[in-house]
Design a protein around this ligand. Structure first.
Ligand code: NAD
Length: 281
């Protein structure tokens, strides 16, 4: 039976370390969270970010713009936050209203304050192995893999899902550790090849958003399985991996909920404190 990689517990250790770093800074780190319009999809993230900020003694400012704001208005506001010396980190909460281009808005952030690691300058840092800020979910996945104790050198690492915030950055983070990396997506499934890739994965990361997409019997004996997916099924939150069958084959597996999610918020705070450290000079 697999050992559970409980993000909740690992997050507590990460937060302990962050608390000490906050105490060693000359300034109190401050995070500006920008919401546009109703943004009900972001409410639970904002709550957990605000709670973590309070626990860690960092400031969390919520800025709300009306849904009628134009893209130029939003970018103008982001520029104000860029120039505000009392702000060390910025988060643009998704989803933005449909007419707004998230990339255009997030690319207007000062990369030194982009604690989610979505600005092209920070993405380039990941590719070149000199990242200042790693996208928080990918960062949490690497922390969980590290908690399993596996040495990634030469391992078959398979990622399912190629989003900019999870799958794509993970390719480079895993390559940096000299794993052999394969990335699967909808095209892989439609070509009928997903199962073959999963069967040889020694490290498997799944970030799709489809409950039970990955069958437990496909999991390689002794694999490390990180399930990023969040799906609501009959009022319960589940991941993308068929957990009860997968835990019989894997050596390590993340639960959903309680795996990647809580650690993602902790990694965001780690990035904020690093931003504050760099900005204080
Ligand atoms: P996304 O929604 O942008 O993209 C989905 C990916 O899944 C794409 O690469 C797509 O090609 C692939 N895909 C879709 N159907 C597939 C199939 N049948 N077979 C193989 N691949 C398929 O991805 P995202 O924003 O990274 O989100 C993915 C999941 O991770 C969602 O459930 C999301 O809620 C969750 N998530 C969790 C956290 C966290 O902190 N726990 C953070 C981010 C995302």
């Amino acid at each position: 039976m697999a050992i559970l990689l409980e993000g909740r517990h690992i997050a507590e250790k990460v937060k302990e370390d962050i608390r000490l770093k906050v105490l060693s800074l000359k300034i109190r780190p401050s995070l500006a969270s920008l919401m546009v319009g109703d943004n009900s999809g972001a409410v639970s993230y904002v709550k957990s970010q605000a709670k973590a900020a309070e626990e860690l003694g960092v400031e969390y400012q919520i800025h709300k713009l009306s849904s009628s704001s134009s893209q130029e208005d939003i970018i103008g506001f982001v520029r104000k936050l860029n120039n505000d010396k009392s702000v060390n980190g910025i988060i643009i909460q998704n989803p933005l209203p449909e007419k707004i281009d998230y990339k255009a808005v997030s690319f207007s952030m000062d990369p030194e304050k982009d604690i989610e690691g979505v600005h092209p300058a920070n993405i380039a840092g990941i590719i070149t192995g000199r990242a200042k800020f790693i996208p928080c979910t990918a960062y949490a996945v690497m922390e969980l893999i590290s908690a399993s104790g596996i040495n990634l050198y030469g391992k078959e690492a398979v990622i399912v899902g190629h989003s900019s915030i999870v799958g794509k950055p993970l390719v480079f983070l895993l390559l940096d550790k000299l794993a052999t990396v394969t990335i699967c997506h909808i095209g892989t499934s439609q070509a009928g090849k997903l199962e073959d890739h999963i069967r040889r994965a020694e490290v498997l990361v799944v970030a799709v958003g489809k409950a039970n997409l990955i069958k437990g019997e496909w999991i390689k004996e002794g694999a490390v399985v990180i399930d990023v997916g969040i799906n609501r099924v009959n009022g319960k939150i589940v991941g993308d991996v068929e957990f009860s069958a997968a835990e019989k084959k894997a050596a390590f597996i993340t639960p959903v909920p309680g795996g990647v999610g809580p650690l993602t918020v902790a990694m965001l705070m780690r990035n904020l404190v690093e931003a504050a450290r760099l900005q204080q000079g």
